[in-house]
Design a protein around this ligand. Sequence first.
Ligand code: PMP
Length: 303
Amino acid sequence: KAQQRKKIFLDGEFVDEADAKVSVFDHGLLYGDGVFEGIRVYGGRVFRLEEHLERLFDSAKAIRLSIPLSLDDLVKTVLECCRQNSLWDGYIRLVVTRGKGDLGLNPASCPKPTLFIIADAIRLYPASVYERGLRLHTAAVRRVSSDALEPAVKSLNYLNNILAKMEAAVSGADESLLLNEQGYVAECTGDNVFAFKHGELVTPPVSAGVLPGITRREILRLAREEGVDAVERNMTRYDLFVADEVFLTGTAAEIVPVVEIDGRTVGTGKPGALTQRLLLRFRALTRTTGPLIYSTGKPAPME
Ligand code: PMP
């Protein structure tokens, strides 16, 4: 059987991956001028598609970028992109850039935004990460301040996060924790962070300079449903050191336990009971909600 060819949605049409090319003059590439979303597909349904698209439109508005499709058309196009790739479980990357311009950074030279959608398999954390947990390292580099570049905007400018990620590797940890300029906990390089102690679940507020994660929102809600007091409050590194449980949340990671921070063992050093309960609840939710991609059962495998 021929290898399945990936179909990419690019500027209004579906093209083969080999033909999905963006100009070297695209300001998304030259300047990181653009916004994006990462969305999961579980069992033929797109999880929280509208919420992700709403965040995309908010990000675009914040950088004065107009998205060339309406929210309704974007919903339809994302679903069609999944169908074109016979996606059942996977990941959607939706990117909107300022478009092709000249070498100057002025967006006025870009007449038309570039929009592309990739629907592909996802490389997951191995199961061992959920059983054993992650080790965190506090990055020396701080999370960019909202005064400079609002972290609530999911922009193509991820260099701050990438620098922190590299620090984790250098220090032998799995992931980096970013503090904000005030020294309060912000988030990790691609995930929000939570701590549980004395029956209370805490995560930094968006005003601490974090992405308002879709998973973060779900976990706050699920925790409250579980009868847990779940709040948004500024946190210090100490709050994480002495917590009973710490975990990260994100579209790709779902809910990942943290068992060590800068050489301090978190709680028992094993994934906590609440962390595991929330992961189970979240996984049940992802498989039972969101728009269906296919009207009838599983898609036929593509030629
Ligand atoms: N923070 C950052 C910096 C991220 O890139 C992500 C991933 N989108 C998150 C948090 C988690 O957000 P979500 O749950 O919406 O994936």
